[in-house]
Unconditional design. Sequence first.
Length: 225
Amino acid sequence: MPEAKEGSEGGKQTRATSHELLAAAYEHDSVVNIYQERLQSLFYELADLSRAIGMDARVELKPSRQRFELSSGYYVALRPIPAEIPQEVFNKLDELFAAARDQDVRGAARMFLLALIDSEAKRTKGRVELREPGGIRILFGAQYPEYAVGLTDERLQIALDVWARRGGPRKNKTIPEKWVALADLMNVLDLGPIKPSSLEQQWLTCGYKRARSQQKNSQVPELNS
């Protein structure tokens, strides 16, 4: 049987840039802070690689400071984030992050989102009225804000529906099978391109899945008193 194609929803839409997605959901200063943290993380990685090949690298990015002259003397404070940052600056940073480490980040983000979906499905045990998709969005957004922008309640409900289904015919034929639906979700969030079979294999071998299996196997049934 031929392998399913990439998620259909992701293939039909033109993806906005990372900065555009973040700017639509967060205040300007928050977006800049996200970019500052990414850039510092990238510099740390470059420093580690530099030391590995025999270079002395000490990279520490710090917010610039400014001095205010008060009657009692100088007062040092962090310089405010620029109110206007050229679009080309964000575009170049997006290209830099994508080239340097975006693929690894996307893979980790996919597994983290599946782990959150798995945890919520097990917590609610199929009871739709107990689901809290907003909680998934908050937790995922705290780690990966640029990818959480498109994580709507509707998309999460579909993901939870297919995750909780245990075999048998699909009642709602408009919703794809489990891994096709989840691959669609990943692709529309720009966490692809990923094929359903590849996504399933990644989940089966990821750390979240292995840790959960080990925990389940280590549980000892309680004896009746």
